[in-house]
Design a binder for this molecule. Structure first.
Ligand code: B1M
Length: 219
């Protein structure tokens, strides 16, 4: 089965195979959505699980991510209709001064499978940049990641900036990353903390419709 082969190509970090097999799956008539969900995301899910169980290390995660992106480059342009069907928007990024993006890429990949639209601002995102994109894009959710104890404090600066500009009220703020925990999230005024990409996806999967209907925060 072609999906199984795509999953394997990602699990083994083989970008060439991932590209080739994705092309083949699309040529065989499989919808882009299925190739994304049953092949590319499923492959990355497998690697993320292994990483969580410490059965693979960071280099393997990076190679898998590269392989997934190779396939994604073919699928993404075909997903226009899929994205249009989706409701809800998330803006995400790693905070200013922090260049770690592997965790957030995993979060993005898994959360993407819920059908929500994602604007990923990448790494080193300043409070002003977050705020200006929130103002322009009007997302329901903002997701911030930080991996350094020296940059986790920027999350609070982002929340302060949003508050001072009147952009915080209807926005759900989710934070995550290795040095973050529930207590810290509460102290800085974030709405939720999730330990990993799976938790984040489960929350969004379960609550997206409610969030959209309520036009903002859940409580
Ligand atoms: Co850096 N680094 N690093 N690093 N790095 C850490 C984080 C560190 C713990 C290593 C160590 O010393 N043991 C340490 C931080 C210490 C601290 O602050 N307490 C550290 C340091 C010090 C540094 C530098 C300062 C080193 C230097 O230059 N002297 C420097 C800083 C650069 C900068 O950011 N300004 C630096 C640089 C780098 C590299 C560039 C070499 C590379 C990053 C490559 C990249 O991201 N493209 C790197 C790496 C790879 C690491 C480690 C080894 C691995 C991080 C990672 O990707 N893990 C890391 C040590 C470690 O964690 N074991 C380390 C895999 C990833 C899947 O996990 O990102 O935790 P993680 O994401 C998880 C969860 O945290 C969660 O979900 C993911 C899993 O599902 N999650 C979220 C993350 N974001 C979330 C958001 C959410 C929800 C969940 O919602 C919004």
């Amino acid at each position: 089965m072609i999906f199984r082969s795509i999953i394997k190509s990602i699990a083994t970090g083989d970008a060439e195979q991932s590209l080739l097999l994705t092309k083949r799956a699309l040529a065989q008539g499989f919808p882009a959505e299925s190739v994304l969900e049953k092949g590319l995301i499923a492959g990355m899910d497998r690697v993320a699980e292994k990483f969580r169980e410490q059965r693979v290390m960071v280099p393997e995660v990076l190679m898998a991510s590269r392989a997934m992106h190779a396939g994604l480059s073919l699928v993404e342009p075909l997903l226009e209709n899929f994205e249009k069907k989706s409701t809800g928007k998330i803006v995400m990024g790693t905070v200013a001064g922090d260049l770690h993006d592997i965790g957030l890429s995993l979060v993005k990949m898994l959360v993407m499978s819920t059908g929500v639209e994602i604007i990923n601002l990448g790494v080193d995102v300043t409070p002003k940049k977050f705020a200006s994109v929130v103002r322009k894009e009007k997302p329901q959710i903002l997701m911030m990641s930080a991996l350094l104890t020296t940059t986790m404090t920027v999350m609070k600066e982002v929340i302060d900036e949003l508050e001072s500009l009147g952009l915080r009220k209807n926005l759900i703020v989710i934070v995550g990353g290795a040095p973050i925990n529930d207590g810290y999230a509460k102290r800085i005024g974030a709405d939720y903390y999730f330990e990993d990409a799976f938790e984040a996806r489960a929350f969004i999967d379960e609550n997206l419709t409610k969030i959209i209907t309520k036009k903002g925060r859940l409580n």
